[in-house]
Design a protein around this ligand. Structure first.
Ligand code: HEC
Length: 267
């Protein structure tokens, strides 16, 4: 009886450590949703490389434009009169030419006030790539920044997959590595250490058009953008949060003064 308990426990320990060895640690993304430049680059990168398959059906172009610091409505520009019209006009042109490439689900060309749907029917993506490309509106929250950042850095060559690629944190992902020409191709190198633990790491086999540091920044900006998209209200929430804290502090003062007033005859 005791023997079988020991065997069971050591079995659990061994499988536990094997699992720990194969688990991939997430890398830390650097997120700052107040960094307009990063959000603008992230939007551009997303619209050029991701939006063809992934919709952001909870966002509208004009709202995103405003939040990333390129307002297209004169009243939002902070300027007045002709200046405001001019800034809004320039931004509108920039957004239309650089960010709006797809049609809406109704097949009509998208405009500044449209939702950020894309025209590609999910069935087509499923047939071509073997999986549905999910709407990424909430992925910044459901998966978290570090997961998205690491996912975009973890594609590697795998001849056994239909796309020739696999991913260390989403095994057998049906998404092709759409950024391979920027990152280059990675391969997975595995080795067993003296204690018999399996380790694996990704090694760049052929270089892409970006250096590893530039690629990190490229995918970090996309991640920052997806974190913002997951909760656009966080920009306002953080601003109002400070006022709410100040208000509460004020009330502590008022409550203390009242307490002194009420108790002054008792003590
Ligand atoms: C050719 C179509 C296509 C393109 C382009 C594409 N993806 Fe995907 N993506 C997919 C498919 C299909 C899946 C589902 C993968 C699976 O579950 O196996 C996916 C999954 C994902 C997921 C995981 C979602 C989840 O919660 O499981 C993320 C994050 C993601 N894609 C981000 C991106 C980003 C960022 C880009 C642009 C750099 C991009 N994708 C470009 C097809 C695409």
């Amino acid at each position: 009886m005791r023997n079988s308990l020991v065997i069971l426990l050591s079995g659990l320990l061994i499988s536990g450590s094997a699992f720990a060895g194969s688990k991939v640690a997430l890398e830390s993304a650097s997120i700052d949703v107040d960094d307009h430049k990063s959000l603008q680059r992230g939007t551009r990168n997303f619209m050029n490389y991701c939006h063809g398959c992934h919709s952001l059906s909870s966002s509208r172009y004009n709202r995103v434009a405003k939040d990333i610091g390129l307002p297209v409505v004169p009243a939002d520009t902070g300027a007045s009169g002709k200046d405001a019209d001019q800034i809004a006009g320039t931004n509108a042109k920039l957004i239309t030419e650089n960010f709006i490439f797809t049609r809406g689900i109704d097949g009509k060309p998208s405009g500044l006030g449209s939702l950020m749907h894309n025209a590609m029917p999910s069935d087509d993506v499923k047939n071509w790539y073997g999986g549905v490309a999910p709407d990424l509106s909430l992925t910044g929250r459901s998966r978290g920044a570090d997961w998205i950042y690491t996912y975009l850095k973890s594609f590697y060559l795998d001849p056994e997959r239909p796309s020739g690629m696999n991913n260390t944190i989403l095994a057998n992902a049906s998404m092709p590595h759409v950024l391979w020409d920027l990152q280059g191709n990675q391969k997975l190198v595995e080795h067993i250490d003296e204690e018999g633990h399996k380790h694996s790491k990704l090694v760049l086999e052929t270089a892409g058009s970006l250096s590893p540091e530039e690629y990190d920044e490229f995918v970090n900006d996309i991640t920052n953008f997806l974190v913002y998209v997951g909760e656009p209200a966080q920009l306002a929430r953080k601003k109002y949060g400070i006022f709410a804290m100040l208000l509460l502090l004020m009330f502590i003062g008022v409550a203390y003064a009242l307490k002194k007033e009420y108790w002054k005859d008792v003590h």
